[in-house]
Design a protein around this ligand. Sequence first.
Ligand SMILES: *Cc1c(COP(=O)(O)O)cnc(C)c1O
Length: 478
Amino acid sequence: MGRGFCKIKTLKYVSTRGQAPTLPFDEVLLTGLARDGGLYLPEIWPRFSNADLKHLSRLPYTELAIQIMTPFIGNVISHDDFSSMVEDTYRNFQHPSVAPLKLLDHNQWILELFHGPTLAFKDYPLQLVGRLFAHVLKKKGQKATIVGATSGDTGSAAIEACRDKNLIEVFMLHPAGRVSDVQRRQMTTVQSANIHNIALEGTFDDCQDMVKSLFSDKVFRRKHHLSTVNSINWARILAQAVYYFWSALALGAPYRKVIFSVPTGNFGNVFAGYAARRMGLQIEKFIVASNANDILTRFFETGQMSVTEVIPTLSPSMDIQISSNFERLLYEYYKQDGKAVAKVMEQFRRKGLVSFGKGRWKAISRLFEGQRVEDNAIKDAIFKVYQETGEILDPHTAVGVVASQKALTNKNNLVISLATAHPAKFPDAIQEATGIRPALPPHLNDLFQRKESYLTLPNDFESVREFIATTLENGSKA
Ligand SMILES: *Cc1c(COP(=O)(O)O)cnc(C)c1O
């Protein structure tokens, strides 16, 4: 490899709530949520100069990914090991350029992030995170139990990333009968000894509460080395920052500034873009696109963050009320004051309502614009784009594209909308909008013939904990 950028020997990570120990990259990877309830962020941000960016703009995706992420890893993983994990990861993606850009309309681009094994952008970070976990666990002589809740896409991406890795056991909870058939089958047809699917008799919120309860059982947590791979995990955010560089550089950065429109749930993907900007990438603005679950849009409109009920929509992966990664942004706008962040987050948890001060709200609003897009507008947009261009947008991508058209930005600016899922993941919505039922890509076309395995459990803490404990004990004897 050529030159190294931003040499920093031992980058450490700090918690957004300021009370947990600072940790190196490998510990942050395995820990997920910090012990004080906060999320990890780098203590300082490595930065790429314009000269660096000019050089980076000539690299293929994989090499770019290595260069962008290396300064964040420090010396805890060797450069050769890390490079081969990144190469392995993106070699298996279905498109030669990994993340292709398509022109949709004048100055309007989409960045396709659905060429990984499970057809959503979550493969881009998780395929790497699975490899990083296996590598770090082996080096430390440890095992990990990944417990997660999913409304669809996270589960399949995590399962596909961890299958056949013998130091990791995965227990994935989905709400019984409430995920699409494609989404369920993408999880339950993976026949691997370390993958355990649980259909919980409850809602997605019940699944999430169950996971939280398992983590709060300190003895259980320690005994089984519980861990998570949802977007509170820093390694995921880091891997996602890469495609912001990739697309902006392809369209003219550092000489041209771009705007990103990002369909948003947990704010993880938007925050990855913010991270790229902190590392020196020229990004003019972020459009934070929400469906009817518009807590962020309402925050940008009023300066207040307030929780309401979750409304089911055509873009289920964004049916979220509490965007956990927003805390990372707050930490930045509170100038790294962890105590202050802990205080407002505590208030938010207690009252379901909080504001962060007018000055901060104005400052955040200079870089981020919230836009809400309802289901009718999504269907219209999918139909219209299909008629005009032949492209079929998935419902999540459509939220971002409509938001970018509604946004109050100068139309001479370049806008990149992130295409976060393949339309075939949501065939019913697409059929309703266009009359066409999109086909699954070849590697999944026998999905409905594959054998499923999962266990249905009641929404009862003891039953779930018992099942996990027994499975782990039987496994370690074998
Ligand atoms: C997870 C997901 C989102 C939301 O991403 P966040 O990082 O949670 O904001 C959007 N679209 C699709 C298809 C997803 O799977």
